[in-house]
Design a protein around this ligand. Structure first.
Ligand SMILES: [Fe+2]
Length: 263
């Protein structure tokens, strides 16, 4: 089974990248399952019901998220109704939405695929322990399917790497998101878990992690609050393709994707 996982979709340019580039990429890579992080898909922060529906209609099977999932209030009810949009599972238990989605369809040959989403705790927010949350989730989903993908939305590479090692052999892939900068450390760990610290983003490369570069440079220099406007120049899709053995759930390979979509 070939799984394509795309990095954070940044605002309108990120959505345009998906609209223009996804079907070609899916064909090139022969992807069966498409997962994308959508927590910045609305104006660079948060996601709305309309945007989630739009991305799902473009062929994304599961949208993962992160620390900005609740930025837009209108998403609260939607998260209760739409299981294909995930919240990080280690938010407090009574927050809206689900952190796990298990599905099967024609493209998966009726095999069940489990996707779950967690946030790290270092330099982000006070989430519940992602390691203990992973244990709990894996204990029930591994009874249903060996094909398990984690989007670990976290700031620091050390926490992500620790999660990769912690889950090696227990899940098919631990894929990092959130920094918007693709790392070059993709590999299959010794017990069969595909790992990359961060897959990067879908959106404008002439920017500082998606925001207009002038705004962020100014912000670093004078430290005054600024409105973060999304850039729209040199737009790329970043992601990873993971080849998974359907029987064992172990990864055969992981490959980085970095592809220019439009100027
Ligand atoms: Fe994030």
């Amino acid at each position: 089974m070939i799984v394509l996982l795309l990095g954070d979709i940044i605002g309108n340019p990120g959505r345009k990248c998906i609209e223009k580039g996804l079907s070609i990429l899916v064909e090139e890579e022969k992807a069966d399952v498409i997962i994308a992080n959508g927590e910045n898909a609305a104006g660079g922060i948060g996601i709305t019901p309309e945007i989630s529906d739009y991305l799902l209609n473009l062929g994304i099977d599961v949208i993962t998220s992160g620390n900005h999932i609740y930025k837009k209030k209108e998403i609260f009810d939607y998260l209760e109704k739409e299981p294909r949009l995930l919240k990080p599972a280690n938010y407090p238990p009574d927050t809206p939405g689900n952190g796990v989605y298990i599905f099967s369809n024609k493209k998966t040959n009726s095999l069940e695929v489990a996707v779950f989403n967690l946030c790290g705790r270092v330099f982000i927010d006070n989430f519940d322990c992602p390691f203990r949350a992973a244990d709990k989730i894996i204990s029930f989903i591994s009874q249903k399917t060996p094909i398990i993908i984690l989007d670990f939305h976290a700031e620091v590479t050390s926490e992500k790497m620790a999660m990769g090692w912690y889950l090696d052999g227990r899940v098919s892939a631990v894929i990092g998101t959130h920094t918007h900068v693709q790392t070059a450390d993709e590999r299959v760990l010794p017990k069969g878990t595909a790992y990359i610290s961060d897959v990067g983003m879908c959106g404008p490369r002439n920017s500082v992690i998606g925001v207009k570069k002038e705004i962020i440079v100014e912000r670093f220099i004078n430290m005054l609050p600024q409105r973060f406007n999304v850039a729209d120049s040199d737009n790329w899709i970043n992601g990873a393709v993971i080849d998974i053995d359907e029987k064992s759930g172990k990864a055969n390979s992981i490959k980085r994707i970095s592809k220019k979509i439009y100027d």
